[in-house]
Design a protein around this ligand. Structure first.
Ligand code: APR
Length: 311
């Protein structure tokens, strides 16, 4: 084992967690611990991923465990433990069940990996990030929600499909909570620097925005299970930015302390992701309409905090 490798724990060896463990293990530059409460499940999945190493050419460590002991001193802990939506459910319907799970997981992170960066994936993720932040008392740069990276990828994918152009040429931004109140920003969305309004009429843009907001539901209604290929790719993208100290600007759920006129709540905004987690929160000048939509999104997250009695 290369001692230079960062240690990444993925809590929850279900669809999102195992897929994420696979993606980050395949990067070859981190050691991965896959943790779940179900006996032998993470061990089996880790073994399966490990056995792809000789084929794909990675030799970093990946282990599965049911014990937090093995997660000790993780540099990053990704929380995917929890229950998922069934068709017809909203992410907010998961609040009470996942709150109990995330509480327990956070306590263990504090005990075993007090210097870890937490990436929250469990839904409703802005509220779950808030819960982990409050319970852990970690500084805000070390608690980050995975939302905007995924929502932006979905937005880009739909634009590329509509225009029949390379997805690589699209720069896009989605702000707000990871739910029905998310705020895609077409004004700041471009194709090779050209605003998308030059390519598409307003009603087509609006319909792509609407599809982006409901992208998770679209997958769920077709497959019957919560999405995991794109979510796991989004997590891996964030891990890259942190482990490789890329200082990359990505939209993530972050605890705001006055930025965008919002205080004391997690909401999706552009951040600079690097070695310390959130290195900076980027404030973009929004139109009054965009700003109002972001405020509404923050209020929706705040409502969930009240139910969790975090205030
Ligand atoms: N500690 C560790 N693992 C747990 C715990 C716990 N306290 N409670 C549940 N788990 C595990 C389950 O055993 C299961 O293996 O979490 C895993 C969840 O996996 P799936 O049911 O496949 O759910 P998944 O699709 O991975 O989604 C997980 O991510 O995107 C979000 O909305 C989604 O909140 C959900 C989470």
């Amino acid at each position: 084992m290369n001692n230079e490798h960062k240690k990444i724990t993925v809590v929850g060896a279900g669809n999102v967690g195992a897929s994420c463990a696979q993606r980050i293990a395949e990067r070859g530059y981190v050691d991965v611990v896959l943790m779940d409460i179900v006996e032998s499940l993470p061990q089996g999945k880790a073994l399966d991923i490990l056995q792809s190493g000789p084929l794909l050419g990675f030799s970093n460590s990946i282990i599965g465990t049911n014990s937090y002991q093995e997660t000790t001193n993780s540099d990053i802990t990704i929380i995917t433990a929890g229950v998922t939506r069934k068709p017809g459910m909203s992410r907010d319907d998961l609040l009470l069940a996942n709150m109990e799970i995330v509480k327990g997981v956070t306590d263990n992170i504090v005990n075993y990996s007090p210097d870890s960066i937490i990436i929250m994936v469990t839904n409703p993720l802005d509220a779950m990030a808030q819960l982990a932040f409050r319970l852990s008392r970690f500084p805000r740069n070390r608690v980050i929600g995975m939302s905007g990276v995924l929502d932006t990828a979905r937005f880009k994918a739909f634009i590329a499909m509509e225009l029949n152009i390379s997805v690589r040429d699209i720069q896009a931004l989605v702000l707000g909570g990871h739910g029905d109140t998310m705020v895609p920003i077409p004004r700041l969305t471009t194709v090779s620097g050209i605003p998308i309004a030059e390519f598409l009429p307003e009603e087509r843009i609006n319909s792509i925005v609407d599809r982006t907001i409901k992208a998770g539901d679209e997958v769920l209604s077709k497959t019957g299970i919560s999405a995991y290929y794109a979510p796991s790719a989004a997590i891996a993208r964030m891990v890259d930015a942190i482990v490789l100290n890329e200082n990359k600007i990505l939209p993530c759920s972050a605890y705001l302390e006055g930025e965008y006129g919002i205080n004391g709540v997690f909401v999706g905004v552009p951040v600079k992701l690097g070695r310390s987690g959130i290195e900076d929160i980027i404030e973009v000048k929004l139109t009054p309409q965009e700003s109002e939509a972001l405020m509404r999104s923050a209020e929706a997250v705040r409502e969930l905090d009240k139910i969790m009695k975090l205030d």
